[in-house]
Design a protein around this ligand. Structure first.
Ligand code: ZN
Length: 290
């Protein structure tokens, strides 16, 4: 059976250009089923999901890659997260009364959050009206890596393709790509239609594009919609609120109800739970909370 949601890495054998392709179907539909979005926001959300999947493929550790954009267009905030290269979740906030463009003036943040180690964030201004342009600008400015990305979303399906010219590195198999090599593979990729990105199986599209090049294809990896929310992380939201405010909230309601924005999972915290959260927090100092 053909995998509906997958990402696929490839490399050119003769020169150091790497590629990544992604196709999303069920994962995208699952995200769209969580909330009602207007069509333009649905399409942008899909492109964000494809982009975050593609970009997370280079992470070599457990953790998340998060793409977040804020704009003064109809899309006020869109966030997509890919955890461990396979678990996707995404959300958007939009202003339906805004009749201007979907995406305008704002910024795009790329955050890498390893489970262990330091968090890294790079930010770039939104360039033009497409997400792909802003991502390309990010790589040119922050990473000095020539990168091209194509994203297509339509009718509950998403497709994406990335090409990246790798810097000189003795550990890499191929020679650094000449301008001629790079331009040739980019020009060929530019012939890809949205329909092909969405419809063609990944390997067929690679054959159609690069049958005259030596391309090494790696194992494809399955991706899915899976929310990484947990009761412990919801407890952190209560910690953030502070003990006094949490107790005050509990005087109005029997339990604090934390509703995950991504998947609508509910986490309920009673007075005892709240006491326990803060007892753990302050235990080393020996504070007694009543
Ligand atoms: Zn969740």
């Amino acid at each position: 059976m053909t995998q509906l949601d997958e990402r696929q890495r490839f490399m050119f054998s003769d020169f150091a250009v790497r590629g990544e392709m992604v196709k999303l179907d069920e994962a995208y539909k699952d995200v769209l089923a969580q909330r009602e979005y207007p069509l333009d926001i649905q399409l942008l959300l899909g492109q964000m999901m494809a982009a975050v999947t593609i970009l997370s493929s280079t992470l070599k550790f457990e953790g998340s890659l998060i793409l977040q954009l804020k704009s003064s267009g109809r899309a006020e905030m869109v966030m997509a997260e890919c955890r461990n290269g396979k678990d996707l979740r995404a959300i958007a906030r939009f202003d339906d009364s805004n009749t201007e463009a979907t995406l305008m003036d704002g910024h795009l943040a790329i955050t890498i959050e390893p489970d262990e180690g330091e968090r890294y964030q790079g930010i770039v201004s939104i360039t033009g009206t497409s997400l792909a342009e802003s991502i390309q600008a990010y790589f040119a400015q922050s990473e000095q890596l020539e990168t091209r990305i194509w994203l297509a979303a339509q009718d509950g399906r998403v497709g994406g393709l990335l090409l990246q010219k790798l810097p000189e590195n003795p550990d890499l198999p191929g020679l650094p790509a000449s301008d001629e090599d790079w331009n040739r593979v980019v020009i060929l990729a530019e012939t890809v239609t949205d329909e092909e990105l969405l419809e063609l199986p990944i390997e067929s599209l690679l054959t159609r594009l690069y049958h005259e090049e030596q391309v090494k294809v790696f194992h494809s990896a399955a991706v899915r919609f899976f929310c990484s929310c947990t009761r412990d992380r919801s407890a952190n939201a209560i910690k953030f609120l502070g003990y006094d405010d949490a107790i005050e909230l509990l005087s109005e309601t029997e339990k604090i109800d934390i509703d995950c924005q991504f998947c609508h999972e509910k986490y309920l915290f009673s007075l005892d739970d709240v006491k326990q959260i803060f007892a753990q927090e302050t235990a080393p100092e020996g504070t007694v909370l009543h």
